[in-house]
Design a protein around this ligand. Structure first.
Ligand SMILES: Nc1nc2c(ncn2[C@@H]2O[C@H](COP(=O)(O)OP(=O)(O)OP(=O)(O)O)[C@@H](O)[C@H]2O)c(=O)[nH]1
Ligand SMILES: [Mg+2]
Length: 502
């Protein structure tokens, strides 16, 4: 491919700028210009879901420090962007109509590393389009995280803001590139909301960039000892649920609170847990039946009532039970041991892996695909002279750039745009890396398969898709998908050779 010499980002940017010229003076101009310059910025990942689903807690766990307010009484009222910056600072962007000057208002950012507080000053949440918090956190270098107000909240006006942001983007910064959609249990409201993204061109976040999260996983099953195993099974069921399948690429269980506590567990908290673990079982076990019992004032227990309450707030009841069990069995001899086990149980490692493999690892393709879809959407809704040629070029890029083409096939597989039997669909998804990027996973080979085994399997796989593409009865869109699969196999073979020789 000769055009491969010019990087994808540059080609997409040039095309969008050209389209912006075509729309000069019309509403699409600004959106296309913003999207053209967006190729170099970090991916924007929004956390969305119903009220109290645990969005802000998970955001804090992802950043590694508590930056978003999460108290039980506290709800997120404005869409808040957490962006990488050299110095901590916060800015509000006012909604148009309310704006003075350029619409920006600097805000007070209180607190140090431990916990931040953004003060809206005299501003009303409903006048604010979004708040941007800049932080020198390395975790934010590759990802901008966006906290959103709970959907279907008691005050619908906050939830509506989220819905509008997710389906249309905001006034200044555009929309999200990917969404983590949190749900505690599958709820009809979740399906309705996710349905709102269905419009295949306007929808800013295609299902392949949306990961479902079964949140507060430790509470599932009423805090049973095997809560996380139960959550894992439930999440697997959801990810195959016909209502969710077309809307999300997968569903994973995560206990954000455990992850956050594990990341920031203090020596003092560890000591309090250790001392509590030494209380005789006959006294301790009944205390562990509820958060209220656990924190109730009690004589003869070293750790004071308010300190026990603080432990439950930090770890949740399940987390406390589990930490105590680990301490009693000697599996958590140090603070770091305990933090390690809690962190492993939180599902956070899997989530990070998934974010890396499926979202940040596909950054360029995701950005390019979103920008090209925006151009196509503009061309479809405002077909000015001169845009047809650019729309055709955008289609060509989507087909010609393999990563983008793969992404498109993955989307079509989720949204049933391809008429294929379930097992063929699953095989396509697997080869395209939906279950893991590793070549052995993609080919359903055992871990110990040799390079020669992999090479052989790749040839078989390639031939399979070649046959399907060549079959006269195969519908055109499946032929196109099969050609993408062939190229995927060719790419994997090249990587294998490079790996084997290097
Ligand atoms: N047990 C447990 N509790 C959690 C978990 N995540 C959050 N919580 C608790 O759930 C409550 C709500 O958490 P938030 O993170 O504020 O939820 P949110 O979705 O941001 O809420 P809104 O902004 O009001 O919509 C808090 O009391 C958290 O401590 C979790 O993984 N496990
Ligand atoms: Mg919140």
């Amino acid at each position: 491919m000769t055009s491969g010499a010019v990087p994808l980002r540059a080609r997409v940017r040039d095309l969008l700028l050209e389209a912006a010229e075509v729309y000069r003076g019309r509403p699409w101009e600004a959106r296309l210009r913003t999207a053209a310059e967006d190729g170099d910025s970090p991916l924007r990942v929004a956390l969305a879901g119903r009220v109290k689903a645990g969005k802000s807690t998970l955001l804090n766990a992802l950043v590694g420090v508590p930056v978003a307010p999460t108290d039980a009484g506290e709800c997120t009222k404005v869409v808040t962007w957490y962006v990488h910056g050299e110095e901590p600072e916060a800015t509000a962007w006012l909604r148009s109509g309310r704006a003075r000057g350029d619409g920006r208002v600097p805000l007070d950012l209180r607190g140090g590393d431990a916990a931040l507080r953004v003060d809206l000053g005299g501003l009303q949440p409903e006048d604010v389009d979004r708040v941007e918090v800049r932080l020198p956190s390395p975790r934010l270098e590759r990802l901008t995280l966006i906290d959103t107000p709970g959907l279907a909240s008691l005050s619908p006006r906050f939830g509506e803001r989220t819905e509008r942001f997710l389906t249309e983007g905001d006034e200044v910064g555009g929309g999200a590139d990917a969404v983590l959609f949190l749900m505690r249990q599958l709820h009809a409201g979740d399906v309705n909301l996710l349905e709102a993204f269905r419009d295949p061109q306007a929808r800013p976040v295609p299902p392949v960039n949306a990961i479902g999260i079964l949140s507060r996983a430790d509470e599932i099953g009423g805090g049973r000892p095997d809560a996380l195993a139960v959550a894992r099974r439930l999440a697997e069921g959801y990810s195959q649920d016909p209502r969710l399948r077309p809307l999300l690429q997968t569903v994973v269980p995560v206990a954000g609170l455990l992850a956050q506590a594990a990341a920031t567990l203090s020596d003092e908290e560890y000591r309090d847990l250790r001392e509590t673990a030494e209380v005789p079982a006959a006294v301790l076990d009944p205390m562990l039946l509820s958060a209220i019992r656990f924190a109730a004032p009690r004589r003869g227990i070293e750790v004071a009532s308010e300190r026990r309450r603080a432990l439950v707030d930090r770890l949740g009841l399940f987390g406390v039970r589990w930490a105590l069990a680990l301490l009693r069995s000697g599996e958590a001899g140090t603070r770091d041991d305990l933090a390690g086990v809690l962190s492993a149980a939180s599902g956070m490692t899997e989530l990070r892996w998934m974010l890396d493999a499926r979202i940040t690892g596909r950054r360029d393709a995701i950005k390019a695909d979103a920008a090209l879809r925006l151009l196509l959407h503009a061309a479809a809704t405002d077909p000015v002279p001169g845009i047809r040629r650019l729309a055709a070029a955008a289609e060509q890029l989507r087909l010609g750039v393999h990563d983008v083409a793969e992404l498109r096939v993955l989307n079509e597989l989720r949204t049933d745009g391809l008429a294929l039997p379930a097992e063929v669909r699953r095989r396509m998804e697997r080869v395209l890396g939906a279950e893991g990027a590793d070549v052995r996973v993609r080919l359903d080979l055992p871990r110990e398969a040799t390079v020669a085994d992999v090479e052989r399997a790749l040839l078989v796989e390639h031939a399979h898709w070649q046959r399907l593409a060549a079959d006269l009865l195969t519908p055109p869109e499946v032929k196109r998908a099969s050609s993408v699969l062939q190229r995927t196999c060719e790419g994997l073979r090249r990587d294998l050779r490079v790996g084997a020789s290097g």
